[in-house]
Design a protein around this ligand. Sequence first.
Ligand code: UDP
Length: 425
Amino acid sequence: MLNLVNVGHKSLADYATITARGLMQEIERLAEPLRGRKVVHLSATAFGGGVAEINYTLVPLMRDVGLEVEWRIIHGQEEFFSATKTIHNALQGNPQGLTAGQREIFHRYNVDNARSFEDEHDFVIVHDPQPAAMIERFPDSSARWIWRCHIDLSTPNEDVLDFLLPSLRRYHATVFHRHEYVPRTTGMPPAYIWPPAIDPLTPKNMALSPEDAAYIVDQFGIDVERPLLTQVSRFDPWKDPLGVIDAYRQVSEHHSGVQLALVGSMAHDDPEGWDFYNQTVAHAAGDPDIFILSNLNNVGAVEVNAFQVHSAVSLQKSIREGFGLTVTEALWKTRPTVAGRVGGIVAQIQDGETGWLVDSAGECAEACVEILGDPAAARARALRGKEFVRKHFLMPRLLRDWLVLFNRLLDQDTAGADVAVVAAA
Ligand code: UDP
C-alpha cells in the first residue's frame, strides 16, 4: 500500500465568517449529493512545495463536508526523482529531454506504484507528472481520474510532453492554474481552470499583531523604527533577488533609512540554489541594511508571517511565475504589494487598483518610493487587494471548485455553480 499522509482534522465552520459571503451555503449544497464518495489524492511528497501546502488544508476540509478522502504518497528512489525533475523542467520549456534510461525508470516506478495502489475510489486526483502514468495500469477503473497540474505547460519541450500524452489522454479531466498553461494539443480531456488558494488560519497566514510582528523581526536585526522592504522567495534567478537589490538601492537614494529583507528557504541538496544564494550575498556587497535570511536562520512559517506583516512594502519582482502564493499571502496581510507583471501574478494584482505591477528594477523602485511617500493611499490600495484575496484565493473557494468538478463528472446538477473549462481539443 502507498503511504498515507496524516493531515489531522479541520473544520470548515472555522472559516465561515472570514471567507466570501454565501460561499458556505454553496459548499453545503454542492457537498450534499457527494456525501460518502471516496476520493484519493496521489502525489510525490508530503513536505515542501505547493501541493503539500494546499493538501494539508484541502484534504481535511473535503472530509469535513462528508467525503471519504485520503492522501497517499508514491514511492521512488533518487533515479526516479532525477527523471521526474527533468520532466518537470522540460514541461516548463527546458530543452533538455529524457534519455531512454529515464523513460524506462519513469514507467517502471509508475507500474510499481500502481501495483501498490487499490483502485477502489470514486475520484482519483493525481498531482503533477510524477504519478501521471499510474492510470495506464487501470484500464477498467470505474473511478473518475483527474490530473491536477500545478505547472505551466504552455511552451513545453514537445518530446517530453509527447512522452506523457498517452497517459494524460486517459484522464476524465485535467485542472490547471490558468488558461494559458493548458497545452495546445489534441485528444486531451477537458481542462478545468482554477487558481490555488491559501489557508488564512495557518501559522503563516493567521492574524499577527503589528507588535508581535515587530517583536519577531527585531530578533533578526531589523530596526523596527525604519521602513522595511521584503521579498519572500526561493533564491532563484526567476525570482530576481538581484533586481530587488538594485531597486532597493534606487529607493534608498530617496529614503536613506530604508532596509531590505530577502527571505528565502534553501534546500540542503540544491547546489544551484546555493550558487545563486552566494551571488545574491555578493550583490548585496556587505550593505548592513540588507538582510539575507533563510531557513538556516530559523525563519519558519511564523517568521515569514511576521516579515510580511511588518513590511512597508512587500515585493515579488519575479521574471516568471506559476502563480505566486507569496503575493496572495502579502495581499492577505494588507501589504502594499509590488510585483512583476508575469504569470499568475497578473491574475492577483490589478495594477493601480490593488497593487503595483512592474517590468523593471526602475519601475519597482518608483512604486516603493510612491508607497513610502503616501502610506495612506498605499493602504487604500492594499485594502482592496485583501478583499480580492478574500473573494478569490482562500481555501474554501478551492474546496468549492473541486466539489463543482466532482458533481460534473458524475453528471449531477450543480445548481448553477460553475468553474471555467477549456473544452477538449
Ligand atoms: N516560503 C517560505 N519560506 C521561504 C520562502 C518561501 O515559507 O523562505 C513559502 C512562501 O510563503 C510561499 C511558498 O513558499 O507559501 C512559495 O510559493 P510561490 O508560489 O510564491 O513560489 P514557488 O516557490 O512555488 O515558485
